[in-house]
Design a protein around this ligand. Structure first.
Ligand code: PMP
Length: 375
């Protein structure tokens, strides 16, 4: 099998799995128990928390462990808006966000909030000048992801944070799910940040919400008060420790891995350059490459590749069951034929040259197989 769907999920790292198993065996206690076994488990939890914050260079922020980015995004958006609604009613959102952001914001729109979309450039980046124009005293929430999950565009997070300094009422949330291990970004002036363990070789069911403030975040669901009362429920310590380990490994290896993947990305682009019915999108991180068989259906190409043992995805695994056109590509001004024919190839540290050779071969074969429908 040749796996090119790493933006959907990655293979857990062996060292992270070892950590998971060891913690499951030796620290299976409830971190809230006051006996010594519980306290030892709590120490490990706090060490993991510190490690996550240190890696992000945010030692004075707080880290709330969650089940993944969907939960982190929900807590950040719902908690902040529930508290801030008395100060204003405008939410700014990029057109590029994941459903775990868009659909929450959409819920608040139906409750009467004024939702404004920030325009996108042809490169798939947020248009900062448009954001500047949209800012006013009524804006209480701005949400922009760090790296887009469809084309891999890196968003101007620091530039946006600078603009928002002039609007202290506006909370800045960043979904950094696709950025970890791909690109180092300074999140110092971000209010809340979501990450997900399974996107960087941790285990599924692990994530974190990193927040600058705790006192301004009321819980959105209630229970025993774990994780600063923001995420009640017995903490999944094995998954947390495995995520902290995977985060450290990803962080240490970001440059090495990106170099290798950059070469693979370039080989794929070069190999397909002469195929006139294939459109390849620009992208900032090499790990994500979006290409279209113009005139065909992306789903057909995904299935044809799958039969050859090559796993890619259509626009994104989360959105692929929805019948709508992909929002990111639409926002970038792409035609319906390009959008319908698009597939996403996503790589990770586990991708090898032989996989890339097979992928290129497969992509060319599919081009021949579906050639009669291509424009
Ligand atoms: N945000 C982005 C940008 C994503 O790519 C994903 C995963 N598809 C999520 C959020 C949701 O992450 P999780 O699976 O951890 O809930």
């Amino acid at each position: 099998m040749h796996y090119f769907d790493n933006a959907a999920t990655t293979k857990p790292d062996e060292q992270a799995l070892n950590t998971f198993n060891k913690v499951n065996q030796n620290y299976y206690f409830n971190t809230a128990s006051i006996h010594s076994a519980g306290r030892d488990s709590e120490k490990l939890l706090e060490a993991s928390r510190k490690q996550v914050l240190d890696i992000f260079g945010l030692p004075n922020h707080h880290c709330v462990f969650t089940s993944g980015a969907t939960e982190s995004n929900n807590i950040a958006i719902q908690s902040t808006l529930n508290r801030k609604k008395r100060f204003g009613s405008t939410i700014l959102i990029s057109q590029l966000e994941h459903p775990s952001v868009i659909n929450v914001v959409d819920h608040y729109r139906s409750e009467g909030f004024n939702v404004k979309f920030i325009k996108t450039t042809e490169q798939g980046r947020v248009d900062v000048d448009h954001l500047r124009k949209l800012m006013d005293e009524d804006v209480i929430f701005v949400t922009v992801m760090a790296v887009n999950n469809i084309v891999g565009a890196v968003q101007p997070i620091q530039e946006i944070a600078e603009i928002l300094k002039g609007f202290p009422k506006a909370h800045f949330h960043v979904d950094a799910t696709q950025a970890v291990g791909k690109v180092e970004i300074n999140y110092e002036n971000v209010d809340t940040l979501s990450i997900s363990g399974h996107k960087f070789h941790g285990v599924k069911g692990s994530g974190a919400l990193i927040t600058r403030e705790l006192k301004t975040m009321p819980p959105i669901f209630f229970g025993g008060g774990h994780e600063y009362n923001l995420r009640s429920g017995t903490v999944n310590l094995p998954a947390v420790a495995a995520m902290a380990k995977a985060l450290r490994l990803s962080h240490e290896n970001t440059d090495n891995i990106s170099g290798k993947i950059e070469e693979y990305n370039q080989s794929i682009r070069n190999a397909l350059a002469e195929h006139r019915s294939i459109v390849i999108q620009p992208g900032d991180v090499p790990h994500i490459l979006n290409l279209s068989y113009v005139g065909a259906k992306g789903e057909v190409a995904v299935n044809a590749l799958s039969e050859k043992g090559i796993m890619v995805s259509t626009t994104s695994a989360c959105a692929s069951k929805l019948a709508t056109l992909n929002e990111t590509l639409t926002a970038m001004g792409q035609s319906v034929d390009v959008i319908n024919g698009s597939i996403r190839i996503s790589m990770s540290k586990d991708t090898e040259e032989k996989d890339v050779d097979m992928l290129i071969k497969g992509l060319k074969e599919v081009y021949e197989e579906i050639g009669d429908v291509l424009i």
